[in-house]
Write a protein that binds this ligand. Structure first.
Ligand code: ADP
Length: 381
């Protein structure tokens, strides 16, 4: 077998972190990046500059030597890209039949309900009256979401009165994204579970993790989720495998979950490596990035066991420090593994993360958070 070529659409940190895994396996990683300075442009073995909406850029991505497979590092992939892959005879993984459930929250909720999987109460919102009646039914504020295009809490807002959402409803009527409202779930915490599935059917899960979000953005992930009842962990993994299998997902799938007093509810799906899985680089025998490459190439999947009793990943969100490289001399915790994404720093933007493996949750968490704060701005409170 000659060295495989994997093409990735999207040049952010998720594509960037596939590069070391590809190098180790002797895979050529060819990435479609939005600019020369994109996060993945340097680390990728080959980069093609262009947008997924540009057919010529897609032609260059698919040009000879043809990639063995095309995959994605985000969900915003136009249907024409799948047509171009089919025309070139290059498999697209995950395919559109699966990816559309990660692109569109109404399609996702509808499909989860058909499968009998646990959704919060929800309703499509077509006008102010339908929102008002959903709010009345719920007896209080609800969570309004755009069906498409959201990320990191953009496209999500809490609405107490239907009139507050007039701007989004008007945008929808004028051709903007469809809207759905969900019950505001009284969750005790947020969990996530990842599964990798290869086209021939094998699926493996990682331990269920706990994630903490601030202002709609993931800030820390603890693996495994502390004190998770074993039957809930089993349920979460079963739900993930069921979704991957029923939807025909290939590659890595992340299922974000809410844990409540009564059980688990599905929040959303991501069909690519995900922030909740960055801990796997140091914390698991096989990282989500290696596994994604293995899965989309239909190679044997790697061991997903944790290598330490606990692993904590803390995101570095943009803060006072502009040149993150200047932080490296300041991080003197020898077990703190720093990842910088080579992105311009803007307030709140995900620009890096730090992972620490340890024996106990509290000190490991404290070390990861402290190191991430040093990278962000020198550790100022
Ligand atoms: P995004 O697509 O931007 O990641 P999510 O749907 O995951 O958006 O929502 C972002 C965050 O908003 C979630 O992580 C959670 O903290 C909160 N949230 C979303 N939906 C609900 C809900 N139905 N009830 C309570 N909180 C929610």
């Amino acid at each position: 077998m000659t060295a495989p070529i994997v093409a990735v659409v999207g040049g952010g940190q998720l594509a960037r972190m596939m590069a070391p895994a590809a190098t180790a396996l002797g895979i050529t990683l060819r990435v479609l990046v939005e600019s020369d300075s994109a996060s993945a442009a340097g680390p990728a073995h080959e980069s093609v500059v262009g947008l997924p909406t540009d057919p010529e850029a897609i032609d260059r991505l698919l040009a000879a030597p043809r990639p063995d497979v095309v995959t994605w590092e985000h969900e915003h992939i136009p249907a024409e890209v799948f047509d171009a892959c089919a025309a070139a005879g290059v498999p697209a993984r995950p395919g559109l039949a699966a990816l559309r459930f990660a692109q569109d929250k109404i399609a996702m909720r509808t499909r989860m309900a058909e499968l009998g999987l646990p959704n919060p109460a929800w309703s499509e919102i077509t006008d102010e009256a339908s929102l008002a009646s959903f709010i009345a039914e719920q007896g209080g504020p609800v969570v309004l979401k755009t069906a498409r295009g959201g990320y990191d809490g953009k496209g999500v807002r809490i609405v107490a009165e239907a009139a507050e959402a007039r701007d989004w409803i008007e945008a929808m009527v004028n051709g903007g994204p469809r809207l759905l409202a969900e019950a505001k779930v009284p969750f005790t915490r947020e969990l996530a579970v990842q599964v990798a599935r290869r086209p021939s059917g094998d699926a493996v899960t990682w331990p269920v993790v706990e994630s903490v979000q601030r202002d709609g953005v993931c800030s820390e992930v603890t693996a495994p989720a502390p004190d998770l009842a074993p039957e809930r962990g089993d349920l979460a993994r079963d739900v993930a495998v069921r979704i991957a299998t029923e939807l025909g997902v290939t590659g890595v799938l992340a299922v974000e979950l809410f844990e409540t007093e009564d059980g688990l509810l599905i929040n959303e799906l991501a069909m690519r490596p995900h922030n909740s899985g960055h801990w796997t680089i140091e914390g698991s025998v096989t990282s989500q990035f290696e596994q994604h490459l293995r899965a989309v190439l239909d190679l044997p999947l790697g061991d997903t066991s944790a290598v330490a009793p606990v692993t904590v990943m803390a995101n570095v969100l943009g803060g006072a420090r502009g040149d993150l490289g200047s932080a490296l001399p300041d991080v003197d915790d020898a077990g703190a593994k720093v990842h910088l994404y080579g992105k311009g720093v803007r307030p709140g933007r995900k620009v890096g993360h730090v992972t620490v493996c340890g024996d106990e949750v509290a000190p490991t968490y404290a070390r990861a958070v402290a190191a991430a704060a040093i990278v962000r701005d020198g550790g100022a409170a």
